[in-house]
Design a protein around this ligand. Structure first.
Ligand code: SF4
Ligand code: SF4
Length: 143
């Protein structure tokens, strides 16, 4: 069966509400080592301090962004803006065009509970969605 985005136009316009950066501690913001290092360089932090304050290594070895007790990404500022926006990880750059969301009508609709930008604004060109999905799938190998 074709993925949703291949047979239906998907509309999206980010309102910058910041809700997708509040995981509620029920999912993770994954980072590759390169992404983590790019963010560390951008923030001008030492490796040791950056690791202690901003990163978590999961039991399975995956690297994720630390979060507050209420599940806010450590890079989200008090005005709900990303402090590392220009170097944010692929997971954030491609949202909501992740394979598990953009491929299924049910998942896409369910995600509207988290993201008010879904189904808002103009249809996103399918080429952009394809690129996002492809990049996510390729990145999964590098976590
Ligand atoms: S890195 Fe930035 S865009 Fe990604 S979840 Fe954290 S605050 Fe949000
Ligand atoms: S939840 Fe959706 S609308 Fe809000 S910042 Fe994230 S992508 Fe944008």
């Amino acid at each position: 069966m074709k993925p949703l985005y291949e047979h239906q136009l998907l509309c999206f316009s980010c309102t910058a509400c910041g809700d997708c950066c509040i995981t509620g501690n029920d999912y993770y913001v994954y980072l590759t080592g390169k992404e983590a290092d790019r963010i560390r360089t951008y923030l001008k932090l030492s490796k040791a301090w950056f690791k202690r304050r901003y990163l978590v290594r999961l039991d399975n070895g995956d690297l994720v962004a630390a979060s507050t007790v209420d599940g806010r990404c450590v890079f989200l500022d008090s005005n709900s803006r990303c402090k590392v926006y220009s170097v944010r990880p692929l997971q954030c750059r491609t949202y909501p065009f992740w394979p598990e969301l953009a491929c299924s009508s049910k998942s896409w609709q369910t995600e509207t509970r988290r993201c008010e930008g879904i189904n808002r604004g103009e249809a996103v060109p399918v080429e952009r969605i394809r690129r996002s999905v492809k990049a996510c799938l390729a990145q999964e190998e590098n976590y």
